[in-house]
Design a protein around this ligand. Structure first.
Ligand code: ACO
Length: 314
């Protein structure tokens, strides 16, 4: 997996989400000055209009991806400067939407939980501010780093289903906001964005590492697909799963929950016979456990994916 010529493992280890966004939007990594300007621009674009907060509140009982799609649609409808934003003209809109989608997701989480939205701060990174808006307290640097890594890993994946949908919309010369809305609609599907949630549900249903192998065998014999496995492109290890595997293990251990990782390992073991078919864990396999350990509810996993994929779509 390569973003603009850089191997994903290099970016995962050395680049922040903001640097990755710049790379994807501009085609090259930023200089120090360019990064400073870019980060500042994103930080001051975080707030969403009060009307959008009201709209989220009105539709908060819907599926989180329906709320996200509606809120992004409203955000661009209210932003006149975005209505004809295509090509180069779309860059400032892209930056605003990258910043605002994180705020929309955190706002929907708060309103669904019966809590007041937490306004964004300007002094935190994109990842740290996202956790701050979700939970109302400043996250530890370690947790912010994990979300930063997760966002980098989700930022781009060439013409995957949702990006393909965005490109169809953009290819008709529709504005960038319309293209992003098409992408969000497509990411909603359980075979694309929904797998992390399904994996975490499976882990919780299995409950005990010793039950994992028999459980998976039963699912396969019933003709079901095992969520978090298989990929249209990778017929080998998904490099993003490799990065998240260690995070899930270490975070679980630190938080006194080794069980979820052990269950995931047992599921991997049960799936070994299918490797010759090219079925390996994908990005979603470990992401669900990482999100759950950080306190992000399952229903927010697909919106989280959208927060990360924004620069790729843009
Ligand atoms: N579990 C069990 N068997 C599988 C799985 C799986 N997860 N994935 C593929 N297979 C089997 C298929 O049944 C098929 O078997 P057959 O040849 O006997 O008919 C074979 O492997 C090839 O499967 P396809 O569906 O043709 O693979 P394709 O590359 O088209 O599909 C996809 C990729 C949609 C991701 C699929 O693997 C899947 O549904 N996985 C589960 C959902 C999932 O984890 N999605 C997240 C993907 S990553 C992302 O979008 C970010």
């Amino acid at each position: 997996l390569v973003y603009r010529g850089y191997n994903i493992h290099d970016l995962a280890q050395n680049a922040s989400f903001e640097e990755t966004c710049y790379l994807l939007l501009h085609g090259a990594l930023p200089t120090r000055d360019q990064l400073e300007w870019f980060e500042r621009d994103l930080r001051f674009a975080r707030a969403i209009p009060p009307t959008v907060i009201d709209i989220i509140d009105h539709v908060k009982a819907a599926h989180p991806m329906d709320i996200l799609r509606t809120a992004v649609s409203a955000t661009v409808a209210l932003d006149e400067s975005s209505h004809e934003a295509t090509g180069e003209v779309a860059l400032p809109v892209a930056r605003r939407l990258i910043a605002q989608v994180a705020t929309i997701v955190a706002t929907m989480h708060r309103l669904r939980a019966g809590l007041d939205p937490v306004p964004p701060r300007h002094d935190l990174t994109h990842a740290a501010n996202f956790l701050y808006m979700m939970f109302g307290t400043e996250p530890s640097p370690e947790h912010a780093k994990i979300i930063d890594l997760d966002l980098v890993l989700h930022a781009e994946h060439s013409s995957n289903a949702s990006t393909f949908a965005a490109r169809v919309a953009a290819g008709t010369a529709a504005d960038i906001g319309s293209a992003i809305v098409a992408a969000i609609a497509t990411l909603k599907g359980p075979l694309h964005g929904g797998a992390a949630e399904a994996v975490q549900k499976t882990v919780e249903e299995i409950g005990d590492p010793e039950r994992a192998v028999a459980y998976i065998k039963e699912r396969i014999e019933a003709g079901e697909k095992v969520m978090g496995f298989g990929h249209r492109v990778y017929k080998t290890d998904d490099p993003r799963a490799k990065e998240l595997r260690g995070v899930a293990r270490d975070l679980g251990h630190k938080m006194g929950n080794d069980r979820w990782f052990q269950i995931l390992q047992e599921i991997e073991r049960a799936m070994e016979p299918y490797r010759p078919k090219g079925i390996y864990p994908n990005v979603d396999f470990y992401a669900g456990a990482v999100y759950s350990l950080l306190g992000i509810p399952e229903e927010q996993f697909i919106p989280m994916f959208a927060v990360g994929r924004m620069p790729g779509w843009a």
